[in-house]
Write a protein that binds this ligand. Structure first.
Ligand SMILES: Cc1ncc(COP(=O)(O)O)c(C=O)c1O
Length: 356
């Protein structure tokens, strides 16, 4: 594996920037002018290139289409409100998690330093695509997949890594209604729930459609064995504030170790909150609600930042969370996290990596 692989850059002849409506940035639909592509074959990564964003050609026998040998990451870049520098938030954690996912799926890992350097080159080239509106950011989507032209269950011998980026507004505009799921399972311990395997998400789509029909925006997954313990929400880790204490499910082996989760726990601890990272049963949440002690519930993740839960649905009953105005602790932490990501608040934990 060559740590110093040359990066070829092939620029667009005409940018699409001027024709992009920055006032209308639905999540995941708008992509910048360029993308990064790297191939793996003959046992090494090669042909690293930045090329115009566009369609790619693949064979219908593509490994990842048949056997889901694919994983991805989700990251964001913001502009420093003071200096205009581009700021990445804990990108090495994403590089590490991409590799954890790759290894779990029998794929080759990608050198972390190269990942970050190439990403910075790409962002530097397309930095004018970073929106400067509050709550907006440049979303970064690395994806790694098996690309053999072969049908048969075995690890692919060839792979491709792409990084595509695009400006985005808020993921969920408003507080969400969440169904506590007891029938379907997202992930079992020993499976792939603790990595960002593409197949994890496919398994959630049918239950999510059913939940939507019942009027819910998202599912709060419970453990696959007993359905007694809460795990996480579709693309977010979950937090509760009960009687002044912060609760979040411990990483069980079937929960994604979210980078936002880790950061939010730290920010709460910094403010003197007691943070309990442990198994949390649905019954405890219901009991806390009935005792008037469930002060807050929210999901956290790169795409969603901090998204408040308006209602929890469980066994046909709806448990309404307190009014948003009373949920000041989570709003303060959300503001702090956004402040760090945008350079408004000092980066005391060394989480920011500058692109320039
Ligand atoms: C299943 C799942 N849980 C949690 C998260 C939050 O992780 P992070 O904070 O690293 O974005 C995500 C998003 O990546 C996710 O897909």
């Amino acid at each position: 594996m060559t740590q110093t692989m040359n990066l070829q850059i092939n620029r667009v002849t005409e940018s699409r920037l001027a024709s992009t409506d920055f006032n209308n940035l639905p999540f995941g639909r708008v992509f910048s002018d360029h993308m990064l592509a790297v191939d793996y074959k003959d046992g090494q990564w090669q042909n690293a290139r930045i090329i115009p964003f566009g369609n790619i050609e693949v064979t219908p026998a593509l490994t990842c289409l048949h056997y889901a040998q694919a994983c991805f990451e989700g990251m964001k870049a913001n502009q420093d409100v003071h200096t205009g520098d581009v700021l990445l938030f804990r990108p090495r954690e994403n590089a590490k998690r991409l590799n954890a996912s790759a290894i779990r799926l029998g794929m080759p890992s990608f050198p972390e330093d190269l990942f970050i350097n190439y990403l910075k080159e790409l962002i530097q080239l397309d930095k004018n695509w970073i929106p400067d509106m509050e709550d907006s950011a440049l979303y970064i989507r690395p994806v790694l997949f098996g690309s053999d032209d072969f049908i048969g269950v075995r690890p692919s011998e060839t792979y491709r890594l792409y990084i595509i980026i695009g400006p985005t507004g808020p993921y969920y505009g408003k507080p969400v209604r969440v169904k506590i799921e007891e029938k379907y399972v997202r992930a079992f311990r020993g499976g792939t729930g603790d990595v960002k395997a593409a197949g994890n998400y496919a398994a959630t789509l049918h239950p999510a459609l059913l939940a939507k029909k019942e009027g819910f925006d998202q599912i709060l997954w419970t453990d696959g064995l007993s359905h007694e313990y809460v795990e996480e929400i579709g693309t977010m880790n979950v937090f509760f504030i009960v009687d002044g204490k912060v609760w979040t499910p411990a990483l069980s082996g079937s929960i994604l170790p979210g980078i936002t989760r880790d950061s939010i726990m730290q920010l709460f601890k910094d403010r003197g909150f007691e943070v309990e990272e442990r198994k949390i049963s649905v019954q405890e949440i219901i009991n806390a609600h009935q005792a008037g002690k469930l002060e807050d519930a929210f999901g956290v993740g790169t795409a969603a930042t901090v998204t408040h839960i308006a209602e929890l649905g469980y066994r046909g009953q709806i448990f309404t969370l307190p009014a948003l105005e009373t949920r000041t602790a989570s709003f303060t932490i959300k503001e702090e996290l956004i402040g760090i990501k945008t350079g408004r608040i000092a980066d005391r934990h060394g989480w920011i990596d500058r692109v320039s």
